[in-house]
Design a protein around this ligand. Structure first.
Ligand SMILES: Cc1ncc(C[n+]2csc(CCOP(=O)(O)OP(=O)(O)O)c2C)c(N)n1
Length: 634
């Protein structure tokens, strides 16, 4: 029983409208308020004809495993417990067809599944027990929702007759995870199970991808029924967007051809939609400058002459000034996040806006657009190319000479730069060296903080799905388990987690997982002895009052790695940087590289929170300057 006297919603939850769009519909002011539609009565199970399995009675646990196999699942990240025991028992009999990665904390399981999902484009799968097992997943689920990552998370639940009874390890998982999932289910009838699994994968991977929870009471996993795998999904009210409206596409293309100062602003949606090839073709065909967001890095090759670098709070001068002076902004799979726009009313003030997004609720959410196109980024970009070839008679790419001269001028006057000191390792130099030694080809994950921004600025990503970070939620603890998940999916490829001395400690127990799984993950700790990004804000906006940001009692990361049966190495001087990195990258298995870097280095350029992109600060203030007044921080 919950405090309001109600019981957990009964019956299988039937998706009518996904949790995210239901929320958006409720929150966006002028839209009609739609309550999230949730049936409380179980729907009649859909017994699809399945010749292969017809007549075969199985318990729910086996139906779940068989269903996961039908979905092509080869790896599950999880942690067992009482309520999910039947499933783990069944899993033991399927080990030849499916591997299970035993994490050391359920948060690590979700992040590892995210790393697996983002690096492959497939759905990441998590399995945990009820109560604390499920609640430990909440941060990961919220992270996956914010970064549109496809996850199916199976949580054990207490038996149906105990639901609402404050039973041992009971938590209202459907209630708790509703705001941090794209959709969630409580399965109360084993006959619904195969259909629910089929739907959950469909919902997780289509449209704007996201996490889906299947809450599975223990008695349902024990109950028996015939296994019938549905061949198709019947969700009449869930219609993920596909192609865009041809008329809107024609208008957008005409604007792109005619614009004098256009810019393509490219987000993680292009990566999710596997739209990079179409993006490259369009940018070259129309000679368009491109600026990726933090999540969009790799969607367009950063060394391409049309790439201006990342925009936003720590973006390049050329990208931020380019957007500020553009007459046309074409946003593709990007959501006008506050870390990108700065002060919204001054973002791209002279530009007409074309916005392509798979999620209709993102269009006109933060910025009124000229042309909104709801659709899958790859399909829409391909439609645009087709429209150009068919309907427009272009001699060649529009030269836009004046615009390119201005942009190139900004790029060469203000590249990313930092003080190159001889007495201490500079954090940016670590990332540059990492780029050199890996040829820019590694899969790189990061945690959250200054190190994340330095990787974004200095690594130089070539390809989509090469860069995994927590952009939306900003979750410290994401990077290391995500690297384990990516390494599981890509054996033989170099996987590097760049982390901070604060962030690494948030999921540090996953060293045991990495060693047990024998994955090749190199952890580069940018060790500045501080919660560096918070210290930077306290330096800049709180008159250098450092409040609880010093990591005075750090573990010895080298010894800790050794304690976990991994390799630990340390560099403390610039001369040691390259040989230590080289040795670490060449050593198989888990290696922790403790890089002792300049302690009070800050990330520049920087757009102060609440300022416009044009007010970006390029260099640290002179030491003799007055401290800025504390300001209203977003
Ligand atoms: C789970 C969580 N708690 C708190 C924060 C707030 N936060 C953002 S950056 C940061 C400092 C990170 O320090 P570290 O990992 O050492 O990285 P650095 O900034 O020094 O590179 C903190 C505390 C967060 N993003 N996530």
């Amino acid at each position: 029983m919950r405090p309001d006297g109600s019981k957990t919603a009964g019956g299988t939850v039937v998706p009518m409208k996904d949790n995210r769009s239901a929320r958006a519909a409720t929150e966006a002011a002028p839209r009609p308020v739609e309550a999230p539609a949730r049936a409380t009565e179980p729907q009649a199970p859909q017994h699809a004809a399945d010749a292969e399995a017809a007549g075969l009675e199985m318990r729910g646990a086996k139906i779940l495993i068989e269903s996961l196999l039908r979905e092509g699942v080869d790896t599950i990240f999880g942690y067992p417990g009482g309520a999910i025991l039947h499933v783990y028992d069944e899993l033991a009999h399927a080990r030849d067809r499916m591997s299970h990665v035993l994490v050391r904390h359920e948060q690590g399981a979700v992040h590892a599944a995210e790393g697996y999902a983002r690096s492959t484009g497939k759905v990441g799968v998590v399995m945990v027990t009820s109560g604390p097992g499920a609640t430990n997943c909440v941060t990961g689920l919220a992270n996956a929702l914010m970064d549109s990552t496809p996850i199916v998370c199976i949580t054990g639940q207490v038996p149906t007759h105990l639901i609402g009874n404050d039973a041992f390890q009971e938590a209202d998982v459907v209630g708790i995870t509703r705001p941090c999932t794209k959709y969630n289910y409580l399965v109360k009838d084993v006959r619904d199970l195969a259909r629910v699994v089929k739907e959950a994968f469909h919902i997780a991977r289509t449209g704007r991808p996201g996490p889906v929870v299947i809450d599975l009471p223990k008695d349902v996993t024990a109950a028996k029924t015939t296994f019938a795998w549905p061949e198709s999904v019947e969700l009449p009210s869930y219609r993920p967007a596909g192609k865009g409206d041809p008329e809107a596409i024609r208008r957008a293309v005409a604007l792109m051809v005619a614009a004098e100062r256009p810019i393509l602003y490219v987000g993680g949606g292009v990566v999710n939609a596997d739209g990079s090839a179409a993006l490259l073709a369009l940018a070259e065909r129309l000679n368009l400058p491109v600026t990726p967001t933090l999540m969009g890095l790799g969607a367009f090759p950063s060394a391409h002459p049309n790439c201006l670098g990342m925009l936003g709070m720590h973006g390049t001068y050329a990208a931020n000034m380019g957007v500020s002076n553009a007459d046309l902004l074409v946003a593709v799979g990007a959501r006008f996040d506050d870390r990108v726009t700065g002060r919204l009313k001054d973002f791209a003030p002279h530009a007409r806006v074309v916005h392509i997004d798979v999620d209709a609720s993102s269009i006109n959410k933060n910025r009124q657009v000229e042309v909104g196109i709801v659709g899958d980024a790859r399909l829409v970009l391909e439609q645009m190319l087709l429209c150009l070839n068919r309907d427009m008679r272009l001699e060649g790419p529009p030269p836009r000479e004046a615009w390119w001269a201005t942009l190139r001028g900004w790029s060469s006057q203000h590249p990313f730069r930092y003080r190159r000191r001889k007495d201490v390792i500079m954090p940016q130099a670590v990332i540059e060296e990492l780029h050199r030694l890996t040829g820019g080809d590694a899969i790189v994950t990061s945690d959250v903080g200054q190190h994340q921004m330095w990787v974004a600025q200095y690594y130089g990503f070539k390809r989509p799905r090469q860069w995994l970070n927590s952009g939306g939620l900003g979750t410290m603890g994401y990077g290391f388990p995500a690297a384990i998940g990516a390494a599981k999916a890509h054996p033989g490829r170099p996987v590097v987690c760049v982390t901070g001395d604060g962030s690494f400690q948030m999921c540090i127990q996953e060293m045991a997982t990495a060693v047990q799984e024998k994955v090749d993950v190199k952890v580069v700790v940018i060790n500045n002895n501080y919660l560096g990004m918070v210290r930077q804000w306290q330096e800049l906006f709180y008159s250098r009052t450092y409040s609880e940001v010093g990591m005075e009692w750090l573990p010895d990361f080298v010894k800790l790695a050794e304690a976990y049966h991994a390799k630990g190495l340390r560099a403390t001087t610039p001369a040691e940087l390259r040989p230590v990195l080289e040795q670490g990258l060449q050593t198989p298995g888990l290696v922790v590289l403790d890089m002792i870097v300049s302690q009070e280095e800050s990330v520049y350029p920087m757009v102060p929170a609440g300022a416009s992109l044009q007010e970006m600060v390029l260099e640290p203030p002179d030491d003799g300057s007055e401290d800025p007044e504390p300001r209203d921080l977003a």
